[in-house]
Design a protein around this ligand. Structure first.
Ligand SMILES: [Fe+2]
Ligand SMILES: [Fe+2]
Length: 291
């Protein structure tokens, strides 16, 4: 791996925090399949991460002293989760800044992502206040749903060789695979925090199901809008230049379409992130990446 890796497990959790330091200076303009559409689709996912993952950290930190979270094992998992997400934010921020040099204003997209998150949670907090729903609950529920989304995308990335083949730059390959490994290492943490505090009853279930629908809608709209913006900058906002990406992502067996059953699994009342076993997959990839 051409990034500096510094693995620490001071928290004593079931997974470590790896301090990464990728060098993005040599990343080409089109680093995914040499294709503008695919590169921009992945870049705009990256644009969502700095503010998005900071939101996960803040939402979890806001409740971590809750009396129902006194289990020391869970506290260790929370600390390591926060460490991993903070590192993802930092590295995606560094990549996003490097993309600015090609004339793509990712910084503005990061700020707009923050605005979408703040506005969305503000509206929901106002609407749900009469039902005794607090801002902490809304934030944690949103995080819980989005953590499932990221874990599912990440598992697909680790499993699917056709998807892995899109990276024509080794730094970008390593960035995404490292991130994918860690999303699966910590996929159960927020869900366990959520159920420890709010239980498994009808209210907790309804909240997380609604949160998933809203989160998916907002991500789809925001990220599609960002992708169109980048295609426009390149003068490639046409069917001819977008069709490879659209088929790759949304065709019958596309990268995104293939994940629908796993995403829908979240709506099972007795769902738990660890129901889908990714242990062997993680062991293989940690070996491959030298993590
Ligand atoms: Fe992450
Ligand atoms: Fe995560």
């Amino acid at each position: 791996m051409n990034a500096k890796v510094n693995i620490s497990n001071r928290a004593g959790a079931s997974f470590p925090v790896r301090r990464m330091d990728f060098e993005f200076g040599e990343v080409p303009r089109y680093w995914a399949a040499n294709d503008a559409g695919l590169t921009h689709f992945m870049t705009t996912l990256s644009a969502l991460f700095p503010e998005g993952e900071q939101y996960f950290v803040d939402s979890t930190r806001a409740v971590h002293k809750h009396p129902k979270l006194s289990d020391p094992d869970l506290q260790r998992e929370i600390s390591a989760f926060i460490g991993q997400e903070a590192m993802h934010s930092k590295e995606h921020l560094a990549f996003n800044s490097s993309a600015q040099s090609y004339g793509y204003d990712i910084r503005t997209m990061e700020q707009q992502t923050g605005k979408v998150i703040r506005t969305g949670t503000k509206i929901l907090t106002t609407l749900l206040k009469p039902f005794g729903v607090t801002k902490e609950m809304i934030d944690l529920t949103g995080t819980c749903a989005l953590e499932h989304f990221t874990a599912v995308i990440a598992a697909e990335l680790l499993q699917n060789k056709d998807v892995q083949a899109m990276f024509n730059d080794s730094t970008m390959h390593q960035l995404w695979m490292w991130h994918a490994v860690e999303e699966n290492e910590h996929k159960a943490v927020v869900f366990d925090v959520y159920t420890a505090i709010y239980g498994n009853g009808l209210k907790a279930y309804t909240m997380r199901a609604i949160a998933m629908i809203i989160a998916m809608g907002l991500i789809f709209m925001t990220q599609s809008y960002f992708t169109a913006q980048l295609m426009k900058i390149d003068g490639k906002l046409t069917w001819k230049d977008s069709k490879y990406m659209l088929k790759f992502m949304y065709a019958r067996k596309g990268f995104m379409t293939r994940q629908i059953p796993e995403l829908l699994d979240f709506f099972r009342p007795n769902f738990h992130p660890n129901d889908s076993d990714t242990d062997q997959l993680l062991a293989d990839w940690k070996l491959k990446l030298g993590l």
